[in-house]
Design a protein around this ligand. Structure first.
Ligand code: HEM
Length: 189
């Protein structure tokens, strides 16, 4: 009698826990940041107060827009292959004192440094700076053929790196501090 009563209480509880457990397992991994879709078809993610948007165009190109709260440099990196910054396809840009965009196709030459690519694959570059916020826009090939770049595949998971320098750092050399850089895996390009 008592046993039957306990069973009656236990079975519904077990069912509730099972449903909650399955629900928890099927939600997005907390490692994946929220990626939203903009009206003009860009995927968009917020990382370290930086907004990064991208969309594949003509099946072969990646259009990128990045905005960060700095008047200094902004950097985006794709698919590092080694420690920290090593092997990433890095693009860095800033708006200089004359209001012109300076932008370079670079790569992570060591875990803590980067150099200019021998091949410049950037097209459709533009940028602006307003009230301490900088935006850079550029297009790169998904597969540039450059030995310093890693091919990217539409829909495939990838790792993005994002960083920005302090305001006033209009250069390619001043290090970010540790709260202004991130290496993050993203579910799908
Ligand atoms: C401007 C010149 C740069 C210098 C001198 C520099 C230097 C460094 C150093 C010393 C570290 C290790 C210390 C730390 O973790 O903070 C580091 C880490 C890192 N840097 Fe840079 N960096 C530069 C630019 C960039 C750019 C342009 C990006 C992104 C596109 C970037 C992304 C990162 C990331 C994501 C890490 C942490 C990697 C990890 O531990 O997972 N850095 N950098």
């Amino acid at each position: 009698m008592v046993l039957n009563h306990l069973k009656k209480q236990f079975i519904p509880l077990l069912l509730i826990f099972t449903v909650l457990f399955i629900g928890a397992c099927s939600t997005r991994s907390t490692d994946d940041p929220e990626v939203s879709l903009t009206d003009d078809g860009f995927k968009s993610v917020e990382l370290i107060n930086m907004t990064i948007e991208w969309r594949v165009t003509q099946d072969t190109k990646l259009e990128v827009v990045a905005t960060a709260p700095t008047s200094g440099w902004i950097g985006i990196g794709f698919s590092p292959t080694g420690a920290r910054m090593s092997g990433a396809n890095i693009i860095m840009g800033y708006i200089d004192d004359s209001g012109n965009l300076q932008i370079e196709d670079r790569y992570g030459s060591s875990s803590t440094n980067h150099s200019k690519d021998s091949q410049d694959d950037l097209t459709n570059t533009s940028g602006s700076e307003t009230s301490g916020s900088t935006t850079i826009k550029f297009t790169i090939p998904l597969n540039s053929g450059d030995s310093n770049d890693r091919p990217l595949t539409e829909g495939a998971a990838f790792t993005i790196m994002a960083a920005y320098g302090d305001s006033g750092e209009d250069n390619y050399t001043a290090q970010h501090n540790s709260s202004k850089r991130i290496r993050q895996s993203i579910g799908a390009l």
